[in-house]
Design a protein around this ligand. Structure first.
Ligand code: ADP
Length: 551
């Protein structure tokens, strides 16, 4: 039928049909475009995900949520754990070994996973290389390809944990050292104030013109004792500060240990016998084999400390000092029959400020530093220190130092004087005192009054050189080290250029280890540190001038 033959109604109806057809075609086109777009989007996001998966800086494992088997693993985890891709796939993480002991068991893990999210902070796992690392483990469930999968993210936090631990340790150390600093200050304040109280208090009482001679002597003795205690504390503070700051030097030299033991015996005998306690010593090597190379000042300090403690903590009985040779070591001991130490305090007493009797801290004076200094010294010398003790029966302190024999003839030493000889008087010496401090000068002059025929005085190094040059018959120079214009080291060096015979004894107020060596290198014969004790000074005169006379 031609279009002309169609009625108007027919034509309208056909047109409507055509329009409808056209609409559904357009709809179909639109729908197809939309589907195509979402497929492209899906592919693009899958590519993006894959890229993230491949390049992630954390390990990622994909598990089948039903079986727990690994379906995918990213390169970072392969590298971190050292397994190949194949070694992961189709295994459960429990079969991998790395995690097996840690995430209690598979059922529990899958059960926990039903709540969608599992997180373990700080989980130790083992790599294929046998290395233990700490990881943070987080897993989530999601649906992929109509299946539930579990994505596990594994982050290596080994370095972070180590850094955290180090920071915590540093914080604890800082807190501990802060506490120690406060304890140190509190202790020192108490320890210094107590003898100062004795010194200033009794010096004040001495002003009373009506005091009897006996009272005066009694007060003077208290002042002396307090001064000696003060000096001990100052020496201990200097030593512990040097040990703490790592500045403690070791000065090795030849030393005869028999002489040292004998000197300590002679030095403490009067004090011990005053307490009605027996005192004995035992040198187990013959004199010629008793020369060793060691730091004699440190050895001396340790022995002195132990004997002083034995005296302090004993009221009766006996004290014995000595040593035995044990293989390559010398084992020294100081034995007492004093108050003894509880077994649970026998280690702690070697720590700073620790005293055995915590409850009654002030029963015996002391800062609790002596043994910690002794321990540090013994360890610096290459030995050990320990105690065997029974409460109420007594203690024996032992320490070792290496036996490093030195085959030498006896060296002149202040420790070498047999104590019987000390009684002999040295007289008529021509003495020069080089000292800028007036009080010290007066003190030395007074101490040496009976030993001298003439005493000259220099106020600095230059004057000392001049006086020595103009008085060739000078026997002895007491040379202060710290003086204006020229110090004692320099002055001694210059004097040695024209006078090799005069005996020079260096005097210092520092009392630091190493000073003796410096003085000897400068040309001094001996060294003593202030405060000068008459007994020590006379021992040196004895050593140098009695020998000279008998030669
Ligand atoms: P201080 O004697 O100044 O307190 P030390 O470090 O020398 O400090 O000694 C620490 C502690 O060890 C003392 O306070 C004391 O309790 C105990 N001690 C040391 N030597 C002896 C000893 N021979 N007998 C009993 N106790 C001792």
């Amino acid at each position: 039928m031609n279009i002309q033959d169609k009625t108007r109604e027919e034509l309208i109806s056909e047109l409507k049909e055509l329009q409808q057809e056209n609409n559904s075609l357009e709809n179909l086109y639109n729908e197809t475009s939309r589907l195509k777009k979402s497929e492209e989007d899906l592919i693009a996001s899958e590519i993006r995900y894959r890229r993230l998966f491949e390049s992630a800086k954390d390990g990622i494992l994909i598990l089948d949520a039903a079986t727990g088997k690994i379906v995918d693993v990213n390169p970072f985890l392969i590298n971190l754990l050292g397994f190949s891709h194949e070694q992961f796939i189709e295994k459960t993480i429990w079969e991998m070994g790395s995690f097996k002991d840690i995430i209690a068991n598979q059922d529990k893990f899958l059960e926990l996973q039903k709540n969608n999210y599992v997180r373990y902070h700080d989980l130790p796992i083992l790599t294929n290389r046998g290395q233990k690392i700490q990881v943070e483990f987080v897993s989530n469930v999601y649906v992929s390809d109509n299946k539930n999968v579990i994505q596990c993210n594994i982050r290596d936090i080994t370095t972070q944990i180590e850094t955290e631990k180090e920071l915590i340790k540093a914080k604890e150390q800082a807190e501990e050292s802060d506490q120690l600093k406060s304890a140190f200050l509190a202790n020192m304040s108490h320890e210094i104030r107590t003898p100062m109280n004795g010194i200033l208090g009794f010096a004040d009482l001495l002003k009373n013109p009506n005091l009897t001679g006996t009272k005066q002597q009694q007060y003077i003795q208290i002042i002396e004792k307090s001064g000696a205690r003060m000096l001990n504390i100052i020496n201990d503070i200097i030593s512990i500060s040097k040990i703490e700051s790592g500045l403690m030097e070791v000065n090795l030299s030849k030393s005869n240990i028999n002489e040292q033991v004998e000197y300590i015996y002679t030095f403490f005998k009067p004090e011990i016998e005053d307490k009605k306690i027996l005192f004995s010593y035992k040198n187990s090597l013959p004199f010629s084999k008793a020369f060793i190379k060691t730091d004699r000042e440190k050895l001396f300090a340790v022995l002195t400390n132990l004997v002083k403690n034995a005296i302090k903590y004993s009221k009766k009985g006996a004290i014995e000092l000595g040593y035995n040779k044990k293989d390559k070591y010398l084992e020294f001991y100081v034995k007492d029959s004093g108050i003894g130490i509880d077994s649970n305090r026998q280690e702690a007493i070697f720590e700073r400020f620790i005293q055995a009797e915590i409850s009654d801290k002030n029963a015996y004076q002391g800062a609790g530093l002596g043994l910690s200094i002794s321990k540090a010294y013994v360890e610096i010398l290459g030995g050990k220190i320990w105690v065997e003790s029974e409460k109420g029966i007594g203690s024996t302190f032992y320490f070792t130092i290496p036996y490093t024999p030195e085959l030498t003839e006896s060296v002149a030493s202040v420790y070498g004087i047999p104590h019987s000889e000390i009684e002999v008087q040295v007289k008529n010496l021509n003495i020069l005192i080089a000292e800028d401090d007036e009080t010290s000068d007066t003190l030395i002059s007074t101490m040496l009054e009976e030993n001298s025929s003439k005493i000259s005085h220099a106020k600095n190094g230059l004057e000392a050189i001049e006086l020595c040059r103009n008085n060739a018959d000078t026997d002895l120079i007491l040379m202060d080290i710290k003086m204006p214009k020229m110090d004692g080291y320099e002055a001694t060096q210059q004097i040695r250029r024209f006078n090799k015979d005069v005996i020079v004894i260096a005097l210092t107020a520092y009392g630091l280890a190493g000073d003796r060596e410096k003085a000897i290198v400068a040309g001094c014969n001996e060294y003593i540190s202030k405060p000068i004790m008459k007994k020590e000074l006379l021992s040196l005169l004895q050593l140098y001038f009695n020998k000279h006379e008998s030669n």
